[in-house]
Write a protein that binds this ligand. Structure first.
Ligand SMILES: *Cc1c(COP(=O)(O)O)cnc(C)c1O
Length: 378
């Protein structure tokens, strides 16, 4: 099929996910409305138990967003002014702003070009006496290489907080991410692999003391009503969102398989085009089970390719067009344009193709066809 004949289609089609489960969702919403329990309560408790067990974690604590999960994780570890937290500049902004909101300083370490994740080989040079945490991000649904990160963290006594916002269900050496760090953070933003009908987030931990502290922090610093142990925030998952997420969790494995099937199809079709000098495909290292929140290629003349695709009704997105260390909001950290060159190069070359589970096969083929046309191999 020629790319020109395709009707424009969306980058993510949440309606296609909703239609087959609308009755289940409607029943869950009605059940919650009938219960009139909107804040915490049985839906949230049940969801926390179900997702902890699904993920193989001891405890899950839900909160209002993935951004809050990162903030609460850092608060739970008492991170504040004078402290440094190591993370990647090639991520969504919330990974770094959580650190800055607490008065601490993000220390950016460059990425591995193949995986887009924190380069463990560059970590040690970034550790100082002030380093209080390392936040690897499992970008696009691919686990960071955790063993060397954990080995360094352990030998330096530094806790690891995993940003698994894009990686629910992803595995590292056979284990699901989110039970490997001291605290692990997830997001239920609608376009994540497990998405709410609005904002939502969650932390998992196998440390009961921390779990207890996070619960108190997320509920105004209060355990018993109107008694305040510590300064907290209001960050809870709405019961309505928990009820919806309980339904969706039952489908997550199928959806992940759909994403992986699409990724495998792209990999096959694009490899067959012999475009290696123009396009680099995403990798799935032996340690990883990739859940493809994004299917992200690197490509020559990225902006021209994206414009070409767009003019043929084919959506593609750039995650992320700028590494964080060069954004005006982070100018105070003092990084320059020659720092962290792999992140800078990735931001110039990446292009994410539609990979959502319900993507019609003919649309996937049209994406590949248009890429072939652009590079003149068709
Ligand atoms: C989505 C995302 C977040 C933030 O999650 P929200 O629920 O949108 O606040 C944090 N980190 C990464 C890597 C993300 O992709």
């Amino acid at each position: 099929m020629k790319a020109q004949q395709i009707v424009p289609f969306p980058f993510v089609d949440l309606r296609a996910q909703f239609e087959p489960i609308r009755e289940e969702i409607a029943a869950a919403v009605m059940r919650t409305l009938e219960s009139q329990r909107f804040i915490l309560g049985p839906e949230v408790e049940a969801f926390e138990k179900e997702i902890a067990s699904w993920n193989g974690s001891d405890t899950a604590i839900a909160c209002a967003s993935g951004s809050d999960a990162l903030l609460l994780a850092l608060m739970a570890l008492d991170i504040g002014p004078g402290d440094e937290v190591i993370t990647t500049p090639f991520t969504f902004v919330a990974t770094a702003t959580a650190i800055i909101r607490l008065g601490a300083t993000p220390v950016f370490v460059d990425i591995e070009p193949r995986t887009f994740n924190l380069d463990p080989g560059k970590l040690r040079a970034a550790v100082t006496a002030r380093t209080k945490a390392i936040i690897p991000v499992h970008l696009f649904g691919l686990s960071a290489d955790l063993d060397p990160i954990r080995a360094l963290a352990l030998s330096s006594g530094i806790p690891v907080i995993e940003d698994a916002a894009q990686a629910i269900g992803a595995k590292y050496r056979g284990r699901r991410v989110g039970n490997t760090g001291l605290i692990n953070c997830f997001s239920f933003f609608p376009a994540k692999n497990l998405g709410a009908a609005g904002d939502g987030g969650l932390m998992t931990t196998n440390n009961q003391g921390l779990a207890d502290r996070i619960r108190v922090l997320a509920n105004h610093g209060s355990r018993a009503k109107y008694s305040y142990e510590i300064i907290g925030i209001n960050s809870r998952l709405d019961a309505l969102q928990a009820a919806i997420l309980r339904v969706k969790l039952l489908h997550l494995e199928d959806w992940t398989e759909g994403r992986r099937r699409n990724a495998a199809r792209y990999t096959k079709l694009i490899s067959d085009l012999r475009l290696a000098e123009h396009v680099t495909l995403p990798v799935e290292p032996a340690y990883a089970y990739h859940v493809y929140n994004q299917f992200t290629i690197r490509c020559r003349r990225r902006d021209a390719l994206r414009a070409y695709l767009s003019s043929h009704g084919i959506p593609a997105q750039v995650y992320y067009p700028h590494p964080l260390h060069l954004e005006p909001a982070f100018a105070g950290l003092g990084y320059g344009p020659h720092d962290l060159p792999e992140s800078v190069r990735a931001a110039e070359e990446v292009l994410s193709l539609p990979v959502y589970p319900e993507l019609p096969p003919e649309n996937l083929e049209a994406v590949v066809e248009a890429i072939a046309e652009f590079y003149g191999t068709k």
